[in-house]
Design a protein around this ligand. Structure first.
Ligand SMILES: Nc1ncnc2c1ncn2[C@@H]1O[C@H](COP(=O)(O)OP(=O)(O)OP(=O)(O)O)[C@@H](O)[C@H]1O
Length: 233
């Protein structure tokens, strides 16, 4: 079953504060991801991997093209969707793990992790149990769970972020380098979460710079177009 169907996506950044310089980044990107499949975006630095991933989450509006997401069996085009539809998509269908945790003062790690599941209306004790299980699997020390992650180390914050991204078991998962800068043990824990998500039928798109991780999780690579960025006034 196709969960994500991207067709003819184009995106040019226009730098208004730099004489309107134009930076074409995505040129006619098409991509299909089925349930249970992990597609890894592959290309040199600056080839537009993060831009594509952010566009697939609706953070950037493309200049043209469509991004159809299977949302409860209905196709919704993220490019033309209303704000309300985008929020519903993100709540129920589209999960996202960014590289960095957005830290909110005074909100504990446990709360941060539980949030996506609470938003779906799950009972609080169920959410809390799942959050505890994930934090333990990701080796976040228990003494930190009730503290706000602002003072956590980079790796600890990253693992809180990963737990938050996986707790809702989203049907479509977008992963922006979730294993970057993790040690071997934690990297293996994240790879195991990705493999489990794939087996339960999640459609995954990710960026993984580590070759070993990439080879382990990828069903196939999506090679970014070697688009030579032209800057013109
Ligand atoms: N918000 C933005 N505004 C303007 N230009 C941007 C923006 N985001 C990215 N770019 C430009 O788009 C190009 C692609 O960047 P992107 O971060 O998508 O590449 P990448 O393939 O993810 O690179 P890396 O592997 O180094 O993380 C770069 O030339 C970058 O300067």
């Amino acid at each position: 079953m196709t969960m994500l169907n991207v067709e003819g996506l184009c995106k040019t950044f226009v730098l208004h504060n730099q004489q309107g310089a134009r930076l074409p980044v995505l040129n006619q990107v098409s991509l299909q991801v089925n349930a249970g499949e992990c597609v890894v975006l592959h290309g040199h630095s600056g080839s537009g991997k993060s831009t594509l991933l952010r566009t697939l989450y609706g953070n950037y509006l493309p200049d043209s093209g469509s991004i159809n997401v299977n949302h409860h069996g209905e196709q919704i085009d993220l490019v033309t969707a209303s704000a309300r539809q985008i929020l519903a998509l993100r709540r129920d269908t589209l999960g996202w793990v960014s590289q960095f945790l957005r830290v909110i003062p005074r909100i504990s790690a446990l709360e941060v992790v539980m949030q996506p599941l609470l938003e779906r209306g799950e009972a609080r004790d169920v959410c809390e149990d799942k959050a505890r299980e994930l934090l333990a699997r990701l080796n976040v020390p228990q003494r930190l769970w009730s503290l706000a992650p602002a003072t956590f180390s980079g790796g600890e914050q990253q693992r809180v972020n990963i737990a938050r991204g996986f707790i809702a078991r989203s049907p479509v998962l977008l992963l922006d380098e979730p294993t970057a800068s993790l040690d071997n043990k934690n990297c293996a824990a994240v790879v195991a979460l990705i493999e489990e998500a794939r087996s339960r039928g999640a459609a995954i798109v990710g960026i993984f710079h580590d070759r070993e991780v990439r080879e382990r999780v990828a069903n196939r690579l999506h090679i970014m177009n070697p688009l030579v960025a032209e800057t013109e006034a």
